[in-house]
Design a protein around this ligand. Structure first.
Ligand SMILES: [Cu+2]
Length: 199
């Protein structure tokens, strides 16, 4: 019995140390993630989540990224969909390049979606928006730069979209925010970075 004690003590100590280290760093992340998740889902609940959680996004490899070209005209339609060519719970087109002063018409093709800017992910001085669930909304974009928006009920599923207005003057800030924001996604974790790579 006594010859086991030093060994047992070492094992115990290393478990305690490993436990403490991992616990501390993970606790901070988890706590802040939880707050953000709660904020996003509080108004609308998570009913849609349950049935969709097992869907796997095929994704696409970084090698064959197609760059998005400037959309013609001054009015553009983005559909809010349960299912699209790029996956489930998705904006279509999810990446769009337009000109300063253009208007985006978000169409509530499927129910229980909305369009809302993500804090810190729009150009400086740009107006934020947050539409009502299941409603069409039209947004005119007067500030140049890259905008990232989301569907609030499906934020954790990376139902996000990207609009570039004029030049991507704030791309480095957006990239940095996107890297942080990624931790909010419980699935489709690479969607936003793939979208941004198309600009
Ligand atoms: Cu949605």
């Amino acid at each position: 019995m006594s010859h086991l004690s030093p060994f047992a003590f070492l094992v115990l100590m290393s478990l305690v140390l490993v436990g403490c280290g991992a616990g501390e760093s993970e606790f901070e992340l988890t706590a802040s993630q939880k707050i953000q998740v709660d904020e996003r889902t509080a108004p609308v609940g998570s009913v849609m989540m349950a049935g969709q959680i097992s869907i796997v996004n095929a994704g696409s490899s970084q090698a064959d990224v197609k760059k998005v070209s400037l959309s013609e005209g001054s009015e553009h339609i983005v559909k809010m969909l349960n299912s699209g060519d790029g996956g489930n719970m998705i904006f279509e087109p999810a990446v769009i390049k337009v000109s300063k002063g253009d208007t985006i018409h978000f169409k509530a093709v499927d129910m229980a979606h909305n369009s809302a800017t993500i804090e810190g992910m729009i150009p400086e001085g740009a107006a934020s928006w947050a539409s009502a669930l299941s409603q069409d909304v039209s947004i005119t974009l007067d500030a140049e730069g890259v905008y990232v928006y989301q569907c609030d009920p499906h934020a954790m599923m990376a139902m996000v979209g990207v609009i570039q207005v004029g030049e991507a003057v704030n791309m480095s800030e957006i990239q940095a925010s996107a890297n942080q924001h990624k931790s909010n996604f419980m699935m489709n974790g690479d969607r936003l970075s793939e979208y941004l790579s198309q600009l």
